[in-house]
Design a protein around this ligand. Sequence first.
Ligand SMILES: NC(=O)c1ccc[n+]([C@@H]2O[C@H](COP(=O)([O-])OP(=O)(O)OC[C@H]3O[C@@H](n4cnc5c(N)ncnc54)[C@H](O)[C@@H]3O)[C@@H](O)[C@H]2O)c1
Length: 379
Amino acid sequence: MPSVFVPKETRPGETRVAASPETAKRLVQAKLALAVETGAGLAAGFADQAYASAGARIVGPEGWTSELVLKVQPPTADEAARLASGAMLVSFLQPHRELELVGVLRARGVTALAMELVPRISRAQSMDALSSQATVAGYKAVLLGAVHLRKMCPLLMTAAGTVQPARVVVFGAGVAGLMAIATARRLGCKVEATDVRMAAKEQVESLGATFISVPGAADMEGAGGYAKEQSAEFLARQREEVAKRVAEADLVITTAQVPGKTAPRLVDQAMVRSMKPGAVIVDLAVESGGNCALSELGKVVEREGVTIVGLANLPASVPQHASELYAKNVLALVKLFLDKEGKLAPDWTDEVLAGCRLTHAGEIHHAPTAQALAAGKSA
Ligand SMILES: NC(=O)c1ccc[n+]([C@@H]2O[C@H](COP(=O)([O-])OP(=O)(O)OC[C@H]3O[C@@H](n4cnc5c(N)ncnc54)[C@H](O)[C@@H]3O)[C@@H](O)[C@H]2O)c1
């Protein structure tokens, strides 16, 4: 029976956990010897007793020697040193930022599967943790924005007068942006959104928002439905198109990302200055450099009379649901490499497993990471 360990996350601010009591039960049913570290689920609202009732053993750090370790954040240097040689690890691993860790995992012969590298194909939707966590982040971004506004969101007609709906502009209509649009609409906001992928137009409109088209956007969809890196000329045209809307907005939510690149700069200082006093910007791209020139990582700041929210890791601020969804993504991936007897037996001809395999048997299998490590610098 393979041993599996779910540790308590130790990175600052991380409140999520890689297994919920529900997925713990399913892992035990799959004939795995599951151990959960004392207090691993407490911050997400899952007591040790709930895991014990699901059939898990509650253990101390000795669980790190298990054959399979399930995590949310990349292991710290101390944690990586505790992994058994040849063990399997399933986690977000942020390989472009964690090159040293990748080197350690390779040297220890760890088979590391990176959740962010799971291919975004239909068959792997149940394992798509980028999407599940972006959904949580998009939702929370709107709530944070609403809390910082001096206004209410919906149209209200009262005996004391009419309150106009809050005007919201969303940059980027991927998973997080669409959830932000839906959440803002549910709060009664008037929503406009822009994306460089024309495919997003129909999705934006189906949520009852208005799509802001930018001339030339049709050319901006790259491989896998992701955005291509945009030229300075395109970004200038986009700024012109959205500037008027931003000036009138009460709340701006930015979610625009280009895979593997710094986030595009979409809201410059002049645009912030043009906004109404008391307006709010929530920058969901702040961890990849920020879509707004004035946002600060991990902080809520006031600049040019506008509140700019640059808080990191929003999924960790909704830890129960973020963990439940992430745990289901992890469970679906684990089931993909269990054989009929419940042994860990990854089939590397499977495109999902091959796609997310970062290190295995002393090799790095993700080309951009291998190249970055060879070049001795960040990808
Ligand atoms: N399993 C699946 O098939 C699956 C799952 C999830 C997402 N997807 C697709 O993957 C794609 C990316 O989704 P994501 O949420 O991970 O995206 P992402 O986080 O990489 O980027 C967020 C959004 O920002 C947009 N963007 C980039 N530059 C911009 C700019 N200058 N201005 C405005 N918007 C800009 C992107 O087009 C994207 O929609 C989408 O096409 C989505 O439908 C597919």
